[in-house]
Design a protein around this ligand. Structure first.
Ligand SMILES: Nc1ncnc2c1ncn2[C@@H]1O[C@H](COP(=O)(O)OP(=O)(O)OP(=O)(O)O)[C@@H](O)[C@H]1O
Ligand SMILES: O=C(O)[C@H](O)CO
Length: 436
């Protein structure tokens, strides 16, 4: 069943590869670029620029470069280390993620230099995907790179969900929270967005560089207070946010701002695209299948209870086919200690400790981007025997769980899902298979 679960997961990932998504939804016919209900007559534009950021940026850019060829005047891509691809006309920076680094600062500077060149009669194609918030690193006045790094480290480990994390990131940037659109105005901007966010909220994905922001500086301070980050944050960051609350720094542009009148934001793929393909594969493999949710979020312990409860109590005829339940989303883990892991491996290990030994259940938890937390694993697959087998071999799952060291647990006990970097990113998938 572990192999079956992996095949189902991989079918989901395959359906959200950027080249497939762009090829099927963005068409060029003669002079016209077609996207959803819009068409853009390319010869009307003086110049075409391309800007891309995120874990899927290079794969997305390759496909757009293939489509638009030498019509692109200039463009730059920022992606995570190891996620680059060979490009013909566009330049690329590989940078730090989830903690920003100096390369990210340089790449963002280059992006902004291009953005500033765009004028009223130009078209700018933006390709945005998850990871972009960390990869695009710009430094507001008075904030050093070390301060930004420390802030991001605190944010990604404090247990806050991505909407809350990005509320802060948007208020520490001249690119996020619609600020890129502000720089690009009045050029026509078309953003193709690969969503890795529950509910596909444009202002949250990649911190919404071309989307109007509904949050403000006071909301950012609220997040800091509710996660007790005030004492831990660098003074420069706190000072910047406090100045924002006092009104001495302009807030991010809001959705009704006229700068968005020429901006076309379009989500080309999301977790639900992957779940539908996974469900199709599960049916082909002979399972009774259901997509339970694409909005899993919240603390991993509550998420685990929900998954187990759903699998264990699912009503179906006896001796029917195996049951495959699919879940999508992004649970959160409050990390403590110096262990190595990711939220999928951590959730999988926790689930292993919670499955009733009387049930025959297999569960795979993995990130569609192929890298779970700061590890080279996409996630892990467990079953009702994982804990007993490990204990027999002298490997204590509870110790690894408490130390947030799930990676080393699966390295010893087996169960890692290793895909390598997939070139896409639409959150996490959980494949749960139950047998009678
Ligand atoms: N030792 C650990 N155990 C469990 N989870 C961890 C551990 N270290 C980091 N994490 C989790 O990994 C997450 C960051 O990893 P990852 O790069 O997969 O995030 P991501 O959310 O996919 O990034 P992005 O949203 O920017 O694409 C954090 O949410 C953090 O809680
Ligand atoms: O980059 C980010 O902000 C997250 O991946 C959500 O899109």
């Amino acid at each position: 069943m572990k192999d079956i679960a992996e095949q189902i997961f991989l079918a989901g990932v395959d359906a959200v590869l950027p080249e497939k998504l762009i090829r099927s939804q963005v068409k060029l016919s003669g002079d016209f670029l077609h996207l959803a209900e819009w068409e853009f007559p390319l010869s009307r534009f003086r110049q075409i620029y391309l800007l891309a950021a995120g874990k899927a940026a290079a794969a997305m850019a390759c496909e757009m470069e293939r489509l638009l060829g030498d019509r692109i005047r200039d463009g730059h891509i920022i992606t995570k280390y190891g996620h680059g691809r060979a490009l013909k006309r566009l330049t690329l920076t590989e940078a730090g993620h989830p903690v920003p680094d100096a390369e990210g600062v340089k790449g963002t500077q280059r992006m902004l230099d291009i953005a500033r060149k765009a004028g009223e009669n130009d078209l700018v194609v933006c390709l945005l995907s998850g990871g972009a918030s960390a990869l695009m690193a710009d430094l507001p006045e008075g904030i050093s790179l070390d301060d930004l790094k420390r802030t991001n480290e605190l944010l990604v480990t404090c247990g806050a969900d991505i909407a809350k994390i990005n509320t802060i990131r948007k208020h520490l940037s001249g690119v996020k929270g619609g600020e890129l659109a502000r720089t690009l105005f009045p050029a026509t901007t078309v953003s193709l967005i690969l969503s890795d966010v529950v509910g596909n909220r444009l202002e949250v994905i990649a911190s919404g560089p071309t989307a109007g922001d509904r949050t403000n500086f006071a909301d950012a301070m609220d997040v800091i207070n509710s996660y007790s980050l005030k004492e831990k944050l660098p003074a420069s960051v706190l000072h910047h946010l406090q100045k924002g609350v006092a009104g001495s720094i302009p807030d991010t542009p809001k959705p009704d701002d006229p700068i968005f009148q020429n901006v076309y934001n379009y989500v080309i793929g999301s977790n639900s695209t992957a779940l539908r393909a996974a469900a199709q594969k599960a049916k082909e493999l002979g399972c009774t299948t259901e997509i339970v949710t694409e909005t899993l979020q919240g603390d991993y312990t509550a998420v685990a209870d929900y998954i187990l409860d759903t699998v264990e109590n699912y009503q179906r005829p006896k001796r029917a086919k195996p049951l495959c339940l699919l879940f999508g989303g992004e649970p959160t883990v409050k990390v403590s200690g110096n262990g190595k892991g990711g939220r999928n491996q951590h959730l999988a290990l926790y689930l292993a400790t919670r499955i009733s030994p009387k049930k025959r259940i297999t569960i795979l938890c993995a990130g569609t981007d192929g890298t779970d937390g700061p590890t080279d694993a996409a996630g892990a697959v467990i079953d009702d025997k994982t804990v007993s087998n490990a204990l027999e071999r002298g490997i204590n799952p509870y110790q690894y769980l408490n130390g947030c060291d799930s990676y080393h647990f699966f390295q010893q006990a087996g169960g890692h899902i290793m895909t390598g970097n997939t070139g896409t990113n639409v959150m996490d998938m959980i494949v749960a298979i139950g047998e009678d």
